[in-house]
Design a protein around this ligand. Structure first.
Ligand SMILES: [Zn+2]
Length: 266
């Protein structure tokens, strides 16, 4: 299993991330992608990746930060890092996108669009896949993706929160869809419908740890070892085995992020 999106560098996890990694490996997680949020976090990702060969990193400026701080300077830092690398080479740019979940975030949507487009341009320039965070702003994000274009390397909509119908807008762009803990919620309607519909060669799985804890581990901190629960839930929805789903989603992640080791089918 490949956890295509987690935050071991988050302050809630950085203190015991080595133990968290060990437990995840014991549960069958063979690869981890740390999703970037801000320049301080990129440095912590770099330190974790240097110690752990099964960990790779992405760097980006999270749309949620736009309402809180000067993200223009952060995007400049990303451009500088890509031009003259000082940290572990990223396998993707992200998370980037649009977030209108709260009224504070919606109020700065125009600024978010500028920050998103600038990072999308960097991803195209360096041809790195993008990790998209899109929450309550799907139409706006799709408009930008269609107008500006994706990198040739493609990308993934992380923790996909859109409807099943919206897949008809995302999939033709060549994007992958990553599913997180919501597929395990007993009351979930949208996520299972999406889990059924995404073509198997476009599907990724993620924990988004320490957020989005799946059932039956709620409440409590989410950890990459819980990826197993998510894979089992999606496999049941799709009528396949967890082993087959783990294999296919791992191959997809390795291909998307340009990683070489493809594990044997088990
Ligand atoms: Zn995230």
């Amino acid at each position: 299993m490949f956890d295509s999106h987690c935050h071991l560098h988050d302050h809630r996890m950085i203190g015991d991330h080595e133990a968290v990694l060990e437990q995840a490996r014991a549960a069958g997680v063979t690869g981890f992608l740390l999703a970037g949020v801000s320049p301080d976090g990129w440095r912590d990702e770099d330190a974790i990746a240097k110690k752990n060969p099964d960990v790779c990193v992405s760097y980006g400026v999270h749309p949620q930060l736009v309402a809180e701080t000067d993200t223009q300077a952060m995007v400049a830092a990303l451009a500088a890092e890509l031009a003259h690398p000082t940290l572990t080479m990223p396998v993707a740019i992200g998370e980037i996108g649009l977030d209108a979940y709260t009224k504070e975030r919606r109020a700065v949507l125009a600024t978010q669009e500028g920050i998103f487009r600038a990072q999308l341009a960097l991803a195209r320039e360096y041809d790195l896949p993008v990790i998209l965070h899109i929450l309550k702003a799907h139409e706006e994000a799709l408009k930008i993706l269609r107008r500006d274009g994706l990198p040739k390397a493609g990308g993934v909509v992380h923790s996909y929160s859109g409807s099943e119908a919206l897949l008809d807008a995302y999939l033709p762009l060549g994007l992958h869809i990553s599913l997180a803990g919501s597929v395990t919620f007993k009351t979930a309607v949208k996520a299972p419908a999406v889990a059924r519909k995404v073509p198997i060669d476009r599907l990724l799985v993620e924990t988004d740890a320490p957020d989005q804890t799946p059932e039956p581990h709620r409440p409590g901190r989410n950890e990459p070892r819980h990826l197993k629960t998510i894979v089992e839930a999606i496999a049941e929805i799709r009528g396949t085995t967890p082993e087959a789903l783990a294999h296919d989603t791992t191959v997809n992640a390795l291909r998307l992020f340009g990683l070489t080791t493809v594990p044997a089918k088990s």
